[in-house]
Structures are given as structure tokens and as C-alpha cells.
Design a protein around this ligand. Structure first.
Ligand code: PAF
Length: 283
């Protein structure tokens, strides 16, 4: 069956209201420029649902600077082909004016969750994500929504949002896909040269090093120190942040005994882009 493409909110709402209430809907929200990582979300959505809906919407209000928004890669025709080959059922790709008709943007507060890592580096970013994701959840009304673990803080914020607004759906966090060099797949990688893509492996090596030290009983401070030193040796600069946190809450890990998942998270500008990555592990 070929994929149906729906370009307006009202057409989508008509389509949605005609679906049987027993249909289990898996939703993969994206900003397009799709890669294997997105396609793996579609696959996991297919395994869990009767109908898979993907959205492509480059959300202007989650970009902290206008040039990043302008340069964000867009290729709807190619994305449609990829989704069709991945057997996605429906693509919802609305225009910005259709999504944002109101004059004011709502303000969300996520407490400590937004006062760390990406929240500090990109003020307003999670407010923009929470706004658009709430709108999309209200329009699509999915049973499951799939998000990549590469944006670990985004997953934590969205889980909080789902609780706070009582959305009746399950958030599924899906593993990060990497290229053969180990670079986490991201739409922004399209702006890296071949050499930069190879050099960017340093992100994965750095978080692997930190996780190994901790798994072998090393102290967090020592792990961060050694891993930052390694990163600086390779790149000539310090990471913007390199932290070890509890993967669900992003609270700093301080070497306490725990069964919870931990994550080493890193971010730094790299060539023409800013890269983030993380590694989830247990001690
Ligand atoms: O992860 C993304 O691509 C975006 O932040 C999302 C969740 C689609 C919201 O615009």
C-alpha cells in the first residue's frame, strides 16, 4: 500500500476521526532530513502498532538562532521516498502557519531538567519542543510515540510533559544508530565533510572512555577529567559539557550505588555544526 501524504491540520483531523478507536497508532515526529536513525524508529513503530504516522515539521520556535533554522537541511521528496520504502503508512507534513495560528507561545517550566546541558546551551529550545510536541500529540492522538536516545534530554522533557498534561500515550526511547566510524546519526551530519565525519568519532570515543572508567570502579571526577583531557588532546578544545547523569532524570551521578541507568553526555561545536552524543550504561 502506498503511503498517504497529508499536508494540512484539518485534513489530518478528518482522516484521524475516521479511524477505528481500536487502531493502535505509532507516531514518529521528525523535522525531516531523514536518515537510518529515523527509519529505525519507523521500524520499531511498525513492530508495536497497526498504523505508523510520521510527521515532518521543521519547528521554527525550537531553534535558538535564525541561521541554524535557515541552514537546517530540508528535502521533502527524498524523505517521502525513504518513508515509502520503510513502509510508513501516513506522512503528516503541515506548514508552519497551519501549526502556529495563535499570537503567543506558551511557556513550560521543566525545573532542573531544563537548567542543565542543552537547556543551558540553547535557551528556549525545550519550550519550543514541548509546544510543538503537545500540538502534534493533540492532533495525531497516538498510542505510542518514538524518540531517539541521542536526544536524551528531549526524551526526559517529553516524558515529563506527558505526565504533566496527562497525555494518554507511551513514550518509547529508541537506541542511537551510528555510522561505521561510530558517529551518532544526525540530520546535522549532512553539513560535515568526509574528514570531519571521521574526526567526529572523538565524541563516541570520549564517552566510551568515561563510561569504561566508571564501570571499572573509577570516580566520576576522574572519569570526566581523563575523558575531557582525551577530547582536548584530539581536538584542541574542551567539550562544552561532559557529564555523567541518571539517564531518566539527568540528575548528576555522584558514584552512589545504583541499579538505575546512567548516561555520559557530551556536546561541543564541531566544524560547521554543534554535535551532541551520549552513552547509556549500568554500573
Ligand atoms: O527531535 C526532533 O526532530 C524534534 O525535536 C521534534 C521532536 C520532532 C520536535 O520538533
Amino acid at each position: 500500500m502506498s503511503m498517504q501524504v497529508i499536508r494540512s491540520v484539518s485534513a489530518f483531523k478528518n482522516f484521524r476521526s475516521a479511524l477505528a478507536s481500536s487502531t493502535k497508532i505509532g507516531f514518529v515526529p521528525t523535522m525531516g532530513a531523514l536518515h537510518e536513525g529515523h527509519l529505525s524508529l519507523i521500524k520499531q513503530a511498525k513492530d508495536k502498532s497497526d498504523l505508523v504516522i510520521c510527521s515532518i515539521f521543521v519547528n521554527p520556535i525550537q531553534f535558538t538562532n535564525a541561521s541554524d533554522l535557515k541552514k537546517y537541511p530540508r528535502n521533502l521528496e527524498k524523505d517521502i521516498d525513504l518513508l515509502q520504502n520503510a513502509n510508513c503508512d501516513i506522512l503528516f507534513a503541515p506548514e508552519s502557519e497551519d501549526i502556529y495560528q495563535e499570537k503567543h507561545v506558551l511557556t513550560f517550566k521543566f525545573g532542573e531538567l531544563e537548567n542543565t546541558m542543552e537547556g543551558t546551551s540553547r535557551p528556549g529550545h525545550f519550550n519550543g519542543v514541548a509546544t510543538v510536541v503537545s500540538k502534534l500529540f493533540n492532533i495525531v492522538k497516538p498510542n505510542f510515540a518514538f524518540f531517539g536516545q541521542k536526544d536524551l534530554q528531549q526524551v526526559a522533557v517529553i516524558k515529563d510533559l506527558v505526565k504533566a498534561l496527562s497525555f494518554d500515550l507511551e513514550i518509547v526511547r529508541c537506541k542511537t544508530l551510528r555510522n561505521e566510524e561510530g558517529l551518532a546519526l544526525s540530520s546535522r551530519n549532512a553539513r560535515l565533510s568526509k574528514t570531519e565525519k571521521k574526526e567526529a568519532l572523538v565524541f563516541f570515543q570520549t564517552i566510551q572512555l568515561a563510561a569504561e572508567i566508571i564501570k571499572n570502579g573509577g570516580a566520576v571526577n576522574a572519569a570526566i577529567g581523563q575523558a575531557s583531557y582525551f577530547f582536548k588532546e584530539k581536538t584542541g578544545f574542551e567539550p562544552e559539557y561532559l557529564k555523567v547523569v541518571f539517564a531518566d532524570t539527568l540528575v548528576d551521578y555522584k558514584n552512589e550505588k545504583t541499579q538505575e541507568e546512567l548516561a555520559v553526555c557530551i556536546a561541543a561545536p564541531f566544524g560547521p555544526v554543534r554535535l551532541i552524543d551520549n552513552l547509556v550504561f549500568n554500573v
